[in-house]
Write a protein that binds this ligand. Structure first.
Ligand code: PTJ
Length: 249
């Protein structure tokens, strides 16, 4: 039990969720390592949503609203941290949800799908994978024809690089959430939200609700305004300025 008065209470609570997810078989053991890397970047950014990431969430919301067949891809870490929030976002857009794992096992796919259903998802894709994303040798290529395979926009919170590239080669728009602005995923996606999934998923939903009544032209103009390369530069510059200011103390 973590005392509320602990100065790192929020951060320790997130760790607790992942450890519980690991014990329940939702999170893969390497998911704990992946979280450590993300946590370090979060720390460097001050554990808050910076302006450019807020803007990225707005652009992501516009793209998801414009999409004909948007899909939210869920892995072990995402399920452990924000299963409920992903279901809520999928209803607000509306978008499909598909479980897609790097360290795939049928049991883990089923357990994560069950968790999403428990949180209110009516339909979860991923248990009946019948297609492969071309160019990927590992199990992350497996997906459903009615889900990721035929999606036009895919939201990939917490990704491992090569699938992002393969999805783009298939002509899909990829929105990534990744705390590491230097990762291959961050650099390959059409839109990268450099933020913790814990904050990013509810932020996208907030923007979806705000933008829902907008004319299509307005959404297109928001989506077209985005330049991912310069946004990532801005994030890196934010981090280095922050570190320099901290070094001055
Ligand atoms: O559940 P599975 O089998 O699909 O496996 C999931 C993991 C995460 C183990 C797998 O996708 C993996 O190995 O990912 P990587 O290559 O370690 O990349 C994870 C990325 O997510 C890193 O760039 C981290 O910085 C970032 N990250 C970690 N935690 C968060 C995060 N980004 C946003 N929010 C987080 N909470």
């Amino acid at each position: 039990m973590i005392p509320r008065t602990h100065p790192r209470y929020e951060s320790l609570l997130i760790r607790e969720k992942l450890v519980r997810g690991f014990r329940e078989g939702i999170v893969h053991e390497s998911g704990l390592i992946a979280h450590g890397r993300g946590e370090a970047f979060d720390y460097l950014m001050g554990e808050k949503t910076i302006d450019i990431s807020e803007n990225a969430a707005k652009v992501a919301a516009s793209m998801l609203l414009l999409a004909k067949n948007p899909v939210i891809s869920v892995n072990g870490n995402v399920a452990a941290l924000v299963a409920k929030e992903c279901v809520s976002l999928s209803k607000a857009i509306p978008a499909k949800i598909e479980v897609n794992l790097f360290h795939r096992s049928e049991k883990r796919i089923r357990d994560i799908a069950d968790l999403l259903r428990k949180e209110g998802a009516e339909m979860v894709y991923g248990e009946n994978a019948d297609k492969r994303i071309p160019g990927l040798d590992h199990d992350r290529a497996l997906c459903e024809s009615e889900g990721i395979f035929s999606a036009d926009v895919v939201l990939v919170p917490l990704e491992d690089g090569d699938r992002c590239e393969a999805l783009r080669k298939l002509g899909k728009v990829v929105i990534a959430i990744d705390l590491n602005p230097l990762s291959r995923t961050a650099r390959t996606a059409d839109v990268t939200i450099v933020d913790n999934v814990i904050r990013a998923i509810p932020n996208i939903e907030r923007w979806v609700k705000k933008l829902k009544g907008c004319e299509k032209e307005e959404l297109v103009s928001i989506a077209n305004s985005w330049d991912n390369r310069s946004a990532l530069k801005e994030v890196l510059s934010y981090i280095s300025k922050r570190l320099n200011s901290l070094a001055d103390i």
